[in-house]
Ligand binder design. Sequence first.
Ligand code: PGA
Length: 254
Amino acid sequence: MSESAAGRVNTSLRVEVFPTRELAEKAVADEISALLRAKPTAVLGLATGNTPVGVYRELIRRCAAREVSFARATFFNLDEFCGLGPADPTTFRAWMRTNFVDLVDVDVRRVHIPDGAGDASARARCALDYERAIGDAGGIDLQLLGIGRNGHIGFNEPGSARDSRTRIVELHPWTREDQASGFGGLAHVPTHAITMGVATILDARRLVVMAFGEKKRELVERTLATKDDPAWPASFVHGHRAARLVVSADAAPR
Ligand code: PGA
């Protein structure tokens, strides 16, 4: 692991560079395993997408080998598309079940994913209920995050405020483009989503922001060079007391 200080704002954000993506994923899985050993009832904030998938794979392996247990843990996912039915295979709920939840020993009654179905008033109620449920669970101990092409965290698109909470958002054109292949074309990608807010994310006791691969390098550099700028929502992580940026060498800032 090595660090580079080039082009950074003054920050307490820790940057950890690993030679490979696999080593970085193992380190994050180690951190989650250690948290669960110390606190079996830990509340984990989870993300969907290509970025966290290897961490989930490693945790599934460890759970099968009885090296880690989620039996008393609680999960809260960052976000979900609006307007898809509960049985739709393109929901983040379906993705989480296939890639993690159904493959570990978590009690599904403690798996929370915001509900983007229903009309506007149902979604607004769901957003409020989600904030309350996170509070009732004692707050999020560790939140996993990826960085979107436009700097989003969760679906907090550019323009998201530091004090934003779980809410309905309109998806940025790049976000919809990046999701197009999973929906069989851009026209089928939902226009709106429900997402934890920036403040909801920053309330987590620990943040682990991950970035792997050459394509993420520029996003990492911009995150390190920008502080508290709504135009680049990932820049808000600088204000967090316990945030780490975990990157593979090919995504590391030059
Ligand atoms: P990815 O997406 O993990 O699929 O690269 C990151 C994000 O949009 O948050």
